[in-house]
Write a protein that binds this ligand. Structure first.
Ligand SMILES: Cc1cc2nc3c(=O)[nH]c(=O)nc-3n(C[C@H](O)[C@H](O)[C@H](O)COP(=O)(O)OP(=O)(O)OC[C@H]3O[C@@H](n4cnc5c(N)ncnc54)[C@H](O)[C@@H]3O)c2cc1C
Length: 248
């Protein structure tokens, strides 16, 4: 059998975020801010052992939206998510660097997203598009039908993709048949300031000063990033939450 024929597709709901590297911590934010009033002596604050001395300053910076000290740290992630998540994620232009697998240079894997059984997905009678709140799906048969329709359409699309490749068409032409549900992987680097901006828009929190209504799948990625942020920059994270989840 030809290599490009009849590859069975894989359905998944998982959004993966793996930390790759981390640079700096709360102490670097403090040291960067301290140069303003201490000049060269600010170097003394670039010491992790002195981190907790900076709690009040970090809270002050966040509260008064002095954002630039939060740019002196960085984190890199490997993320695997469907194209519709990347389409939303890539809108975050400032303080984010991306490198994504190429649909022009490599054959995309037959991995496609389907909603989890428990995902809220039914449109309520009084639906507000700008503030969407969905209902659980009660009907198991309806869910099974949705999965079967997905399987059928994804397999059909992927078969067409492979047929084009087999016929000698370029990958960049063959990929036109692939749906937004196909997965793509990306290397993402950001800093605490840009991450806080992302979190403020891509998480739903009724306690936030501004309540956003993101799609559940990008929120799933955002919540994974939030955990990494909270572990690596606990003072900045606490101040972010305390000040209404608004990026400085
Ligand atoms: C719930 C939700 C619904 C959305 N719905 C839609 C939609 O229907 N259609 C749609 O197209 N998009 C939609 N978006 C995407 C949205 O418009 C933004 O593109 C996305 O949230 C990134 O935000 P940002 O521009 O603030 O981020 P970044 O691009 O990272 O920018 C960060 C900040 O830098 C500053 N900045 C960046 N670029 C400029 C500039 N050119 N000029 C001046 N200041 C700048 C701004 O202060 C900005 O907040 C939606 C986003 C969310 C969260």
């Amino acid at each position: 059998m030809n290599q490009t024929e009849q590859q069975t597709i894989r359905l998944t709901s998982e959004i993966a975020v793996e930390p790759i590297q981390q640079m700096g911590g709360d102490h670097m934010i403090v040291a960067a801010a301290r140069v303003s009033t201490s000049g060269p002596e600010a170097l003394e604050y670039a010491d992790e052992a002195r981190r907790d001395e900076g709690a009040g300053l970090i809270n002050y910076l966040l509260k008064h939206r002095h954002g630039t000290p939060f740019e002196h740290a960085a984190m890199t992630f490997f993320c695997h998510a469907p194209l519709f998540v990347w389409r939303e994620w890539h809108r975050h232009r400032v303080g984010f660097s991306y490198n994504e697998e190429s649909g022009r240079y490599k054959q995309l894997e037959p991995v496609f997203w389907v909603p989890r059984r428990e995902r809220l997905m039914v449109v309520p009678p009084k639906h507000k598009p700008a503030r969407p709140v969905y209902l659980p799906l009660e009907d198991d048969a309806a869910y099974e039908a949705l999965i079967e329709r997905s399987r059928h359409v994804y397999q059909t699309c992927y078969d067409a993709y492979l047929a084009d490749i087999e016929a000698g068409f370029a990958l960049e032409v063959a990929r036109r048949s692939l749906p937004l549900a196909i997965y793509s992987s990306c290397w993402v680097t950001c800093n605490p300031r840009s991450l806080m901006h992302f979190l403020s828009l891509r998480t739903h929190d009724t306690e936030a000063a501004f309540v956003s209504y993101p799609q559940a799948e990008i929120e799933e990625a955002a919540r994974l990033l939030e955990r990494i942020f909270a572990a690596g920059w606990p003072l900045a994270y606490q101040a972010f939450v305390k000040n209404g989840r608004i990026a400085p």
